[in-house]
Design a protein around this ligand. Structure first.
Ligand SMILES: [Zn+2]
Length: 187
């Protein structure tokens, strides 16, 4: 089998360095960056879970909420909330040391609610055009990206890219293929 005449050049999503990705799924330049990104994601998830837990205990009818509750609701830092209180942008009451309560309705009128992560498992199915004019043949893909036919077939199966056969030709949607190989360069 001929060796691949292509490489995948990517920017490391952690440190920004350009590196040669070993596979289409490689997004980091090194083990250290993979680990760093993993730790970051884990910390973010934990923080999100904590905020979700706090949020679920905020009673609906109460306007004055704690700074921690406001953080959980709006995803802004306690520092920012305190600054808004200090400058008089939002009304607050002080029930004692570290017992500041801030007006939920005032914040609602100024700050968007915290972003909740999109659940991709529930996203709508994609629709592809498999009309020949919207597709490449396997041969065209191979030529365009410098990847041999069998590797193209392997990727198509691996990434579940839809195909259509007309006569002797197998077609795959241009949009999916361009996206799959966007970082691939011929060498
Ligand atoms: Zn890196």
């Amino acid at each position: 089998m001929p060796s691949a005449k292509y490489e995948i050049r990517r920017k490391c999503e952690e440190c920004g360095a350009v590196f040669i990705a070993k596979t289409l799924e490689s997004h980091y330049c090194s083990k250290a960056c993979t680990q760093k990104a993993y730790n970051k994601r884990k910390a973010e998830n934990k923080k999100r879970e904590q905020m979700d837990a706090i949020l679920s205990t905020v009673p609906n009818g109460r306007d004055y909420i704690s700074v921690a509750e406001a953080e959980a609701m709006f995803g802004i830092s306690g520092k920012t909330i305190r600054r808004m209180i200090k400058s008089g942008k939002v009304s607050a009451i002080n029930l004692g040391e570290r017992l500041t309560r801030v007006s939920k309705s005032a914040l609602l009128s100024m700050v968007p609610l915290r972003d909740f992560p999109i659940d991709h498992s529930k996203s709508l199915p994609k629709f592809y055009s498999l009309e020949p004019e919207d597709c490449y043949t396997i041969g065209e893909i191979s030529k365009k990206f410098g990847i041999n036919d069998s590797t193209v077939y392997a990727h198509i199966r691996k990434y579940s890219i839809p195909t259509r056969q007309i006569g002797n030709y197998v077609y795959a949607p241009k949009s999916e293929i361009d996206n799959l190989y966007k970082d691939v360069v011929k060498i």
